[in-house]
Design a protein around this ligand. Structure first.
Ligand code: CTP
Length: 417
């Protein structure tokens, strides 16, 4: 596999000095790093030091003719597999949340279609401020991965959350997101057993083929109109990302969504339920299938080739026909996955409906979630894992955190056979 490339954006906080150590660790893991520094970051770390560590020039100026000619801001993100902001100050988080682009770093962040990991570091009061928390919630909803800061004594003499995590933990998180084996022995002499919890060292899904469906489907009414639903695809994408990070060989079949493909995931874009079913068939056999897509239950019985025109107050009838149930058809397929998981988006009687769905669809687990609030399109989710043995209810967490937990449970189940 090609060397994975990281675009590291360093912003101006006292923790910026740790970005040098982070580059050293990432390079020791066999990753390539290119750095962009904001003007204020250069007050804390010199571009020369960073350039020595990355063995590359350091980018900083939007309007540097030479830089823009040789390698423009779009090119910088295009050539990366992952964009990491470390440390990420309250200021850059606020600019990102508002979509401001007034320097090279913020312009890259607005233009990129690559996954973005922000590693915040700031004073505890700034971290706890409602404005920062509001910006973090917005960024999570926008699909930015946020690494939680450590808690402890700070350079400013206060105590609390806001400290930059230690560089080995950040390097480990980056490797997990890239699906790159993290070797703890290569990080400043620490043994694997001393690596902080939360990010598994092993890749327990290594060698397993996993299929994930995500997003809505669009069903044409005519060439310009369609039936759709509110699914954003975020939960399915987070599950595909977590599966790849745990070492699986992942195929993600995505309905129409505007989300970046997670690193290491093979993505197939589809539009309708019929297309999704064909793509699922083609991806078989797999070890596990996780059907997160909000497939439209119905499509127009006939979608004319020309746009339906208004006709003097006569309202056209919309005749619907049922779409194939992709999950149920997998349950009876000759290549039925060893572990077949359906999702149930419910607005009432969640467990009751989920239990009924488990039996009706013939799958092994139903992951039920309450979509009566702002779950669809939001950044958080709570799961009830319903199996024939009972219900395991997990508290509300960020979609990427709960995705990781689900994939760890999948890894356990596949390991048990
Ligand atoms: N699903 C599917 N194909 C369909 C409809 C649903 O594969 N045509 C899958 C979804 O991906 C999800 C599960 O079935 O994993 C449950 O979807 P849901 O829409 O909640 O179930 P329905 O059977 O459509 O039940 P209802 O809409 O009546 O709640």
């Amino acid at each position: 596999m090609n060397e994975k490339r990281i675009l590291l954006i360093v912003t101006g906080g006292i923790a910026a000095y740790k970005s040098l150590e982070l580059v050293r660790l990432l390079k020791r893991q066999g990753l390539s790093v290119r750095a962009v520094m904001t003007q204020s970051a250069t007050e804390f770390v010199t571009p020369l030091s960073m350039s020595v560590m990355t063995e590359d020039q350091v980018y900083g100026h939007m309007f540097d003719l030479k830089e823009e000619r040789e390698i423009g801001h779009i090119q910088l993100s295009r050539q990366a597999d992952l964009v990491v902001i470390c440390p990420a100050t309250a200021n850059i988080l606020a600019k990102m949340a508002a979509g401001i682009s007034d320097d090279l770093a913020t312009t890259i962040l607005l233009a990129t279609d690559k996954p973005v990991l922000a590693v915040p570091a700031m004073n505890v009061r700034m971290w706890n401020h409602p404005a920062t928390q509001r910006n973090l919630a917005q960024l999570r909803a926008d699909g930015v991965h946020i690494m939680d800061p450590d808690e402890g004594a700070m350079a400013c003499g206060e105590f609390g959350p806001g400290r930059l995590p230690e560089p080995p933990a950040i390097a480990e998180q980056i490797c997990a997101m890239l699906g790159h084996d993290f070797d703890a022995m290569l990080t400043s002499g620490r043994s694997p057993t001393t690596v902080p919890s939360g990010v598994p060292l092993a890749r327990p899904l290594s060698g397993q083929r996993i299929l994930v469906t995500a997003g809505p489907t669009h069903e044409a009414i005519d060439p310009v109109r369609y039936i759709a639903n509110r699914s954003s695809g975020r939960q399915g994408f987070a599950i595909a990302a977590a599966a790849a990070a745990l070492g699986a060989d992942v195929t993600l079949i995505a309905g129409p969504v505007h989300l970046a493909t997670p690193p290491g995931v093979a993505r197939i874009d589809v539009e309708t339920a019929i297309d999704m079913q064909a793509a699922v068939e083609k991806a078989l056999p797999v070890d596990a299938a996780i059907m997160v897509a909000a497939v439209a239950d119905w499509r127009a019985a006939q979608a004319p080739e020309q746009k339906i025109k208004k006709d003097g107050g006569n309202i056209p009838a919309l005749n619907l026909t049922e779409n194939p149930d992709i999950l149920a058809s997998l349950a009876t397929h000759t290549h039925r996955p060893r572990l077949l998981i359906g999702f149930a988006a419910e607005t009432e009687k969640i467990l009751e409906h989920a239990q009924a769905k488990l039996a009706k669809k013939g799958c092994d687990w139903i992951v039920a979630n309450d979509v009566s609030g702002d779950v669809m399109g939001g950044a958080k989710n709570a799961f009830h894992i319903v199996t024939k043995d009972g219900v395991d209810s997990w508290p509300e967490s960020a979609k990427d955190v709960i995705a990781r937990k689900l994939m760890e449970k999948v890894a356990d189940a596949l390991a048990k056979g």
